[in-house]
Design a binder for this molecule. Structure first.
Ligand SMILES: Cc1cc2nc3c(=O)[nH]c(=O)nc-3n(C[C@H](O)[C@H](O)[C@H](O)COP(=O)(O)OP(=O)(O)OC[C@H]3O[C@@H](n4cnc5c(N)ncnc54)[C@H](O)[C@@H]3O)c2cc1C
Length: 325
């Protein structure tokens, strides 16, 4: 028995969510007292499997085939079905990426199961995992567990776990042969969608000042820019600010933006919706400025200032400048 993490690689590069899923997998494997294993699919994936092997799994399977060179839901489903039938893991974990959303429900159905999608946490209960899912935009949490026997299929939300770190010890890498034929694959992939080049890497910033809809108008942004400048911080934003085009998309923090883990994160006029929180909850210290004392952001804040940002931010900027002078 094992916990099997399906990592995602593109052109030999691992995405951060795969490392987060390995950390989640380690928690389940420890709690169940079983081995953590991983699988990487594609063509020529030996090198990336060696990288994965340093991040905790006792064994990493390479699942290689010419027909897996490009992602197709048919190819990935058929290949993983063979691996899972052969290895019989207790839990199969995926990062909740667009690719996983595409094929994992179909894969789970092959085993008569439903995918427990977008879990935000894992609780261990007497050696059994319970997966926490959010309902109604994060207003309710549901603990999902199964007593059906056989593998459980679960995808983990971005930011649900801190990325696994490479350890000195390297696990084993083992090739798993799959049988695939061209007629198994009913779709023909086109060139992959290329995301806009990111010129700002918020994920490595030590300090971030993030602004939300509380700023009211684009013309008011210099107020928070001045705070960021005084602190030597990067400027970031919640989604509505980027959707409005007030700041570029690459500065968006959250489930559909960047995941950040600075030493200090200032949330200015941000309510703290779950989609925002998943992108910044790895911050060591959170300072929230919000006029609504019941705003959910205060639940994750280490320091909270209940007040009008148009008064608080200039006063804070002036105090920081004075302290630094
Ligand atoms: C599929 C999906 C993906 C999403 N992805 C993301 C994502 O990646 N990142 C993201 O951020 N959101 C994302 N969202 C949107 C998310 O649900 C929220 O709508 C968004 O985070 C809210 O942004 P906000 O906090 O800036 O605005 P609001 O929720 O409107 O909050 C504004 C806050 O400002 C405060 N305020 C108002 N005036 C003042 C003042 N004068 N002084 C101080 N405080 C003031 C208010 O009290 C309020 O709390 C996503 C949503 C969906 C459905």
């Amino acid at each position: 028995m094992s916990v099997l993490v399906i990592v995602e690689q593109r052109a030999g590069g691992l995405n951060r969510m795969s490392l987060e899923t390995l950390a989640g997998g380690a928690k389940v494997a420890d709690g169940m007292g079983v081995a953590l294993e991983a699988a990487v699919l594609g063509h020529d994936v030996a090198e990336v499997a060696e990288t994965v092997a340093a991040f905790g799994p006792a064994k990493t399977y390479t699942v290689e085939h010419e027909l897996l060179r490009e992602y197709t839901p048919d190819g990935f489903t058929k290949a993983l079905e063979q691996l899972i039938r052969a290895k019989q893991p207790a839990v199969v974990l995926f990062p909740h990426t667009y690719q996983v959303r595409d094929f994992a429900p179909k894969l789970a159905t092959r085993f008569g199961r439903a995918l427990v999608s977008d879990a935000v946490d894992i609780k261990m209960d007497g050696g059994h995992p319970r997966f926490v899912r959010q309902l109604f935009q994060g207003k309710l949490n549901a603990d999902v567990s199964s007593n059906a026997g056989g593998a459980e299929f679960v995808s983990l939300q971005a930011g649900a776990f801190r990325a696994a770190e490479a350890s000195g010890a390297k696990g084993e890498v083992e090739a798993f042969r799959v049988e695939l034929e061209a007629r198994d694959i009913r779709t023909k992939p086109e060139a992959p969608f290329r995301e806009a080049q990111r010129s700002v890497d918020l994920s490595s910033a030590d300090m971030i000042v993030s602004v939300g809809r509380g700023i009211k108008e684009k013309e008011n942004l210099p107020l928070v820019e001045a705070l960021a400048d005084a602190l030597g911080a990067e400027l970031a934003a919640s989604r509505p600010i980027c959707d409005n085009g007030w700041l570029p998309m690459e500065r968006q923090v959250g489930s559909s933006g960047q995941t950040v883990a600075p030493k200090v994160y200032f949330a200015v006029g941000i309510s703290g919706a779950i989609q925002h929180l998943v992108g910044m909850k790895g911050a060591k210290t959170v300072v929230a400025i919000n006029s609504d004392e019941n705003a959910p952001i205060f639940e994750v804040a280490d320091y909270g200032i209940v007040g009008d940002l148009f008064q608080v931010v200039p006063a804070l900027t002036a105090a920081i400048k004075k302290a630094k002078a």
